[in-house]
Design a protein around this ligand. Structure first.
Ligand code: T6T
Length: 327
């Protein structure tokens, strides 16, 4: 009887509050501004769109054609100039240079939700930059450490390994490099780390840089590519040098290409991030904030799935491979 009463009460409260929550949500308009066109952000966009549909909010998406402040800033400024956005979900392409443009958006009354990358030091509660609502993304330092451990194990704990990355100014990839180096220094003293080289998110540059390193280091044992294009370029260079399966490759980001190379024995591990979760949760956070929720966390770590030869066929792991319908 008491249980029945409680259920009726919950239903009545839900009925009473739902119209105001729904109207708060339906009134908001969200901008989504990822880093560039790549499979990682395409999956994130799927998460954004699914949440927008589930919650009945409108999202305006703008995707920079190339990686960099010069490409992202005008799109951000245009989003601000529209005058109708309440929130912008953004993967800032530079941890320092995007502070100014994002501060301007915030000053214009738009709330900023960070995904994948952060600005400042990422500590939005106590750090130097506190205006973004939250950071939703990977703990990339830990991810870099996981990559280091996998690579060290795959080469038997000794030898030279090379890091190919994007830029020192991007929080995500630079944290991966740091985490990778720290793990090697702490746990694998017989592994020598070469690099990083920075490819500006250009796969061909990554390939050329890696080819040059292979040339100079004929005994190279392993390669770490810190994101989609770094791993693809570095992996291609290893295969083109006829060293597929001999030089171990660890890929950050679980693209279909990386998984194909794993099938041929050319990639030993791919670290899948959770871009769908990042996108979905970012929209949820905006809607929750609009509905009056005041205790949203300032940092949400979305975790990883480690994909290797052992589990790549297991649906529990394979579901995290970046799949974009029709691509
Ligand atoms: O690795 C992702 C993302 O996490 C990073 O910030 C930039 O590169 C990717 O988008 C992959 O290309």
């Amino acid at each position: 009887m008491l249980r029945k009463f409680a259920l009726y009460t919950i239903a009545a409260v839900a009925l009473a509050i739902s119209p105001s929550v729904a109207s708060a949500q339906s009134k908001i308009k969200i901008g989504f501004l990822p880093g560039v066109v790549d499979p990682f952000y395409q999956v994130m966009q799927l998460g954004v769109e699914k949440a927008a549909k589930d919650l009945g909010v409108e999202v305006i998406t703008q995707i920079p054609p190339t990686w960099g402040v010069a490409a992202q800033t005008p799109l951000l400024d245009a989003m601000v100039a529209r005058g109708d956005l309440n929130y912008i979900i953004v993967a800032a392409v530079d941890s320092n240079q995007m502070i100014g443009p994002l501060q301007a958006a915030h000053n214009a009354g738009i709330k900023i939700v960070g995904v994948d990358t952060f600005i400042g030091n990422g500590d939005y509660a106590n750090g130097p930059v506190t205006f973004p609502m939250t950071y939703i993304g990977s703990d990339n330092k830990t991810g870099g450490g996981i990559a280091a451990q996998a690579l060290a194990k795959s080469i038997g704990g000794k030898g030279a390994v090379y890091i190919n990355s994007v830029s020192p100014n991007i929080a995500s990839v630079e944290q991966r490099v740091q985490g990778f180096k720290e793990k090697m220094a702490k746990d694998y003293p017989d592994v020598k780390v070469i690099g990083p080289d920075y490819n500006d998110d250009d796969m061909n540059k990554a390939s050329q840089q890696t080819a040059a390193v292979i040339e100079r280091n004929p005994n190279l044992a392993g390669v770490f590519g810190s994101n989609v294009f770094s791993a693809q370029g570095a992996g291609n260079a290893v295969v083109n040098a006829g060293l597929g399966g001999k030089v171990q490759v660890v890929a950050y980001d679980a693209t279909k290409d990386a998984i194909e190379l794993m099938g041929k024995g050319e990639v030993s591990m791919a670290l899948a991030q959770k871009p769908f979760d990042m996108g979905y949760m970012a929209v949820m956070f905006a809607a929750a904030d609009a509905a009056g929720v005041t205790s949203l966390p300032r940092r949400v770590e979305t975790g990883f799935a480690i994909i290797d030869k052992q589990n790549v066929k297991d649906p529990a792991a394979a579901r995290f491979i970046y799949q974009v319908p029709g691509k």
